[in-house]
Design a binder for this molecule. Sequence first.
Ligand SMILES: [Zn+2]
Length: 153
Amino acid sequence: MNQQTAPTPSVIPAKPIPIPSDLARPFWVALQRKELHLQRCDACGFFNHPPRISCPRCHGHAFTWTQVTPEGTVYSYTIVHRPPVPAFKSEVPYAVALVDITGTNVRLLSNLLAAKEELRVGLQVEIVFDDVNQDITLFRFKPKSADNTAGSR
Ligand SMILES: [Zn+2]
């Protein structure tokens, strides 16, 4: 046989999508409503993220899902040049940041949608809600605008 191997089709693979656990479901449901909710210990007020079955600070077992302000301060960031999986190949380079969420002890990790020149530790950011499908909304960060009308005209 002289059959040549067909070239691999250039199919763009799908990006991985989170599968919420029962414990974390309220976090994901709140994101669909464009809100940020975190699990907070009823006994000591500590915010857990990711959510847990017992508080790491006081070992309490009672929690309340609490809405928090969807903004924060960049603790650290990096620029990704090598895609972690092929699905992100067309996205590189992109910035990823650890953000201290205002009024909580929680530090979240996600994309930081900002120009390279804007990136810095201490940058004030807000959450952008991204409906990736009908079941999952992701959160990403963008620089907080001091005046929402600035630069829009
Ligand atoms: Zn606690």
